[in-house]
Write a protein that binds this ligand. Structure first.
Ligand code: BTN
Length: 237
């Protein structure tokens, strides 16, 4: 662990590992042990990277931004704040490309998934860990065949991982402090699902925006509008 911690913004103290099982796992252990708000765990490689819905997250060594940030007293809309923060960092790294957020927080570059976010925490202890995997220097040929055409990369050199992390932490800090309406306006402006067909275990319909609680609004033929909560619903497409 390096750095004294304290009120220095996100990223302090920082633990950088050449290889981690999962940066989220490590950050959660640090959180439970009393690490301060803003603690960052990063790794060049993960052996057991975790994705949402129990999936694994794989990335070639040294070519991806893999990190987890500890947020104490997390705001209600933390998962959405993380999504727009990553989208901002992507936009800054590769300007003039289409950057959207697929609710709740997959970040899409020209419609391909360029980053995944896994927020895990202990609400009763008032902390959460924001885990981010961003394909900075991954080659298209590194993606497994089943992801061909659905995964995206910034296509930059590995040297750009650190500068991208710095921008990402600054944007996350910004969105953590933003008022909910400003954040929701940004989420709506980047909404990749608007007007698109969506399907989940409980039904299917057409996405119709994000409500004031950060839930996905869906229109179901013959049933009208329903709202889906990110913590409860997994979109199938
Ligand atoms: C998703 O399924 O889309 C979320 C993927 C989140 C992956 C990141 S990589 C860094 C951090 N550590 C993990 O084990 N997972 C997250």
């Amino acid at each position: 662990m390096t750095g004294p911690g304290g009120p220095r913004g996100l990223g302090h103290p920082r633990l950088h590992l050449r290889v981690a099982t999962s940066t989220n796992e490590r950050a959660r252990l640090l959180a439970a042990g009393g690490a301060p708000h803003g603690t960052l765990v990063s790794a060049a490689e993960q052996t057991a990277g975790r994705g949402r819905q129990g999936r694994t997250w794989t990335a070639p060594a040294g070519r991806s931004l893999l990190c987890s940030v500890l947020v104490r007293d997390p705001p209600r809309l933390l998962p959405l704040a993380a999504g727009v923060a990553v989208a901002d960092a992507v936009e800054e790294a590769v300007p003039a490309r289409s950057v959207q957020v697929k609710w709740p927080n997959d970040v899409l570059l020209d419609a391909g998934k360029v980053a995944g976010i896994l927020v895990e925490g202990r609400p009763q202890e008032r902390w959460a860990v924001v885990g981010i995997g961003l394909n900075v220097a991954v080659a298209q040929t590194d993606f497994p065949p089943e992801l061909a055409g659905r995964a995206a990369t910034l296509g930059l050199a590995p040297e750009r991982i650190e500068p991208t992390l710095r921008v990402l932490l600054a944007r996350l800090e910004h969105w953590l402090a933003a008022d909910p309406e400003t954040l929701l306006a940004e989420v709506r402006a980047r909404d990749a699902l608007l007007g698109q067909p969506v399907r989940w275990a409980g039904g299917e319909g057409r996405a119709d925006g994000i409500d004031g609680e950060g839930r996905l609004v869906v229109i179901i033929p013959d049933r009208g509008r329903v709202t889906l909560d990110a913590g409860e619903v997994h979109l199938v497409r």
